[in-house]
Design a binder for this molecule. Sequence first.
Ligand code: ADP
Length: 325
Amino acid sequence: MRRFIPTNVDTFLSLIFAVEDSAERYEKELHLLTRDGKPVTVLFIAALTTDRDALDRVACAMIDVTEREQAKEALLAAQVQLARAGRVATVGAVSATIAHEVNQPIGAAVMFAQACIRWLKSETPDIQAAHNAAEKVVQHSMRASQIIQRTREQIKGNQPRPEPVDLKELILEVVGLLEREVASSATRIKSIFAELDHVVLANRVEMQQVVANLVTNAIHAMNETSLERRELKLVTDQVSEETIRLTVRDNGTGIRQDNLAKLFDPFFTTKSEGMGVGLSICKTIVEAHGGSLAARNHPDGGAVFEMILPQAMTSSHEASGIPAV
Ligand code: ADP
């Protein structure tokens, strides 16, 4: 027995106890040694009998389950690793989101702060202009802080309740926030708002992010476009009884046919400085609002992005307890 049973293992004892307890069957997973001393895990079964006189012979069976056990352990280790990888990926995605989304408002805040200093330092300081610039610094910094706050809430799993948001006002607000990018790229923005109820139930900061990403991408895509064609069209219309659409159309490079399917994949980018997270964030946000986001090329050149959102109908306001606006 010593040859097969590793020392300090209670195997032998437990078998003796089983016999002593008049058990009819003994079954245990055991760690044994093979003839050449290799440790194996076996499922050991002994058919015992309560008739003590018949105990001089018992039928035993042993199944080698070493590989199965090793596979189980490997699976467990793989699961632990996967969970860790998942957490790392989440942290990575969140950092990428924060880095991507916060870059714009922080850049704007720095620029307005520098402008403010210039107004104050000039020979005849322009207090009013400095004051306006300082207000812009506050506005953009608050936006950066809101984006971080919202992302933190999202990680914690706290989804804020959607509120009625007027999409038309929000679009104008975002165009205002992006005034620096719009002006420096000499882009003309043409907004055509249909006569319709633009109120959607949404998270304001998230919707701002979506529109800001679409507008920024369109501006980037028109880098090489001649100045007179550098126009960005923002159009709203009614799609069906309860859904509205925002179409963002540019006169840029358009999207290569083989890239169309990958456009919304996280980390897909064709830009040397790009991170490729903007559109994937947009799609996630829009779909979480019960809407859809799609891209295509315009037959006359340039790209078209279409966001469709359900309208916040008066009845749904009442149902959700949110006052109609
Ligand atoms: P990033 O801007 O960092 O590359 P995005 O997820 O916002 O990340 O965009 C992914 C890719 O989609 C871009 O690299 C570009 O190739 C393409 N794209 C996005 N918007 C447009 C557009 N308006 N026109 C042409 N291509 C676009």
